[in-house]
Design a protein around this ligand. Structure first.
Ligand code: G3H
Length: 482
């Protein structure tokens, strides 16, 4: 999609294979192809976004709020008619279960409607005059410019749109690059983009990051880099920009969210939540619980019951009833998880569950590793996949010191009784991360709540409300009170 046209591509194509296989021996199925763009093509696409923005003078950034909202409403109405197609592709391309794929689609539709409503409110609030020091100030919110937007494979629709939709609604124009896995599912929506927005407002590039995204950054014409994914890509792209001080960043990055299970915890509840927290979508969520700290007094009971529950989970195809674990989209992931397991075993950990570590070509059954220590890779790295490290602790103050040392700071789950008594502990935890979940696993939603992180976990804040502010700047017109 370039300058409002669905441009036919005559160059090299990249094949998109399915994550899942219906045969016993894993054979990737060809699902479709996407353009393998080159640098000049990507730069041409960028030019369309730059022209449409026209340094803030373009039709889109100067359009009346009501008209911009009408474009967005037209888009979401058309999008809803593509639900079945997109849900099916979510299952085939990234192996997300049917329930979670439907949830991702519906959540995205709700996100767009909520953003429209929030923008109306924002516009009403900022249309008021403020009288101060003899000045009448008419405060507004204006766009920032041209946004380069990159979404992740684990939420190729929802998280890409959590960046793109607020960016567009605030009057920015965008070039967006879909994730490598989860790229085809955006195709059914391209026509809706084309029909709903003026030419050049939204443009799409495909291909390798270094061949298409990096050259775009190098031009210095990008005002906002909006990326949900890994910090390596974010840093590599940021580094290409010649005027770093001008570049705004909105980034959702890695996390190593811990669960802390205190002796007073309701064990059944803690186990349920830790199963979900560690293994929803096979642990491929930035909000997943990536390490479980269990108090010495209850570790034996917790470990026994937790590992048994992990072994009861059903592995299968995303559309099958009751399936929790599904194939992994990244071809190298099972081997990587195996490396983490081997390293932990070499350094003294054991696999607690019988099925743990059993592999097929595109899957590895989650291993529960115990006791995990600080010198193990699974302790240090964000596994982003199906392996669960458990570490015992005795003294909560020593544990807080340990958590404070982490390079990440997104969320924590705390399991224990008597929330009032836990208040001092909660007060410390919220200063180490950005969200403390009491007796529940970590998550991003509901999308009206702020979503961010400290340290290397995020730059800027997302949520319906916050994203509109992140993708805009406050400006005002002042007149003298005569
Ligand atoms: O991968 C990171 C996502 O923000 C996780 O979102 O908690 O809604 O699954 P979620």
């Amino acid at each position: 999609l370039d300058n409002g046209q669905l441009v036919p591509w005559e160059g090299q194509m990249d094949e998109v294979h399915s994550t899942i296989s219906t045969t016993k021996e894993y054979k990737p199925t060809l699902l479709g192809t996407v353009p393998h763009m080159d640098e000049p093509t990507a730069l041409g696409v960028l030019d369309s976004a730059v022209k449409a923005y026209d340094q803030g003078k373009g039709e889109w950034p100067t359009m009346r709020v009501k008209d911009r909202l009408a474009c967005m409403t037209s888009f979401v109405e058309m999008m809803k008619t593509k639900r079945d197609e997109v849900v099916k592709l979510l299952m085939w391309e990234i192996g997300k279960t049917l329930a979670d794929s439907e949830k991702e689609f519906d959540r995205t539709v709700d996100y767009i409607y909520d953003t429209i409503e929030d923008y109306k409110q924002l516009d009403r609030d900022s249309s008021r005059f403020k009288k101060v020091g003899g000045i009448n100030a008419h405060i507004r919110r204006g766009p920032l410019g041209v946004v380069l937007c990159l979404g992740p494979y684990n939420y190729p629709l929802n998280e890409t749109f959590a960046l793109l939709i607020p960016a567009l609604i605030m009057g920015n124009t965008a070039v967006f690059k879909p994730a490598k896995h989860g790229v085809l599912l955006l195709s059914p929506l391209l026509e809706a983009f084309q029909k709903s927005f003026p030419a050049g407002v939204i443009n799409v590039i495909y291909g390798r990051g270094r061949e298409v995204a990096a050259p775009i950054m190098k031009t210095g014409k990008i005002d906002v880099l909006a990326l949900i994914g890994n910090s390596k890509s974010a840093i590599a792209l940021q580094d290409q920009h010649p005027y770093k001080n001008r570049l705004r960043l909105i980034l959702g990055l890695e996390a190593k969210n811990p669960a802390i299970v205190l002796p007073s915890a309701d064990l059944e509840l803690a186990i349920d939540e830790c199963i979900n927290g560690t293994l929803s979508y096979n642990g491929q969520r930035c909000t997943a619980l990536k390490i479980v700290y269990v108090h010495e007094d209850i570790k034996d009971e917790f470990n026994k019951r937790f590992s048994k529950r992990v072994d009861e989970l059903k592995f299968g195809q995303p559309w099958e009833e009751g399936v929790k674990l599904t194939p992994l989209p990244e071809p190298g992931k099972p081997a990587y998880i195996q490396e983490l397991i081997d390293d932990a075993k070499d350094k003294g950990a054991k696999i607690l569950n019988e099925r743990g570590g059993h592999t097929s070509d595109n899957y590895i059954y989650p291993a529960v590793l115990y006791p995990v220590t600080e010198n193990m890779r699974v302790y240090q790295e964000e596994q982003f996949g199906p392996v669960i490290p458990i570490k015992p602790f005795k003294d909560i103050h020593a544990l807080l010191d340990e958590i404070a040392k982490s390079n990440y700071g997104q969320q924590v789950s705390l399991f224990g009784d008597n929330v009032e008594a836990l208040a001092p502990l909660i007060d410390v935890l919220v200063n180490l991360v950005c969200r403390v979940n009491l007796n529940s696993s970590c998550q991003r939603g509901p999308d009206v709540l702020p979503f961010t992180g400290r340290k290397d976990s995020a730059v800027g804040t997302l949520s319906v409300h916050d994203a509109l502010r992140s993708f805009s700047i406050r400006t005002f017109v002042a007149s003298k009170d005569n």
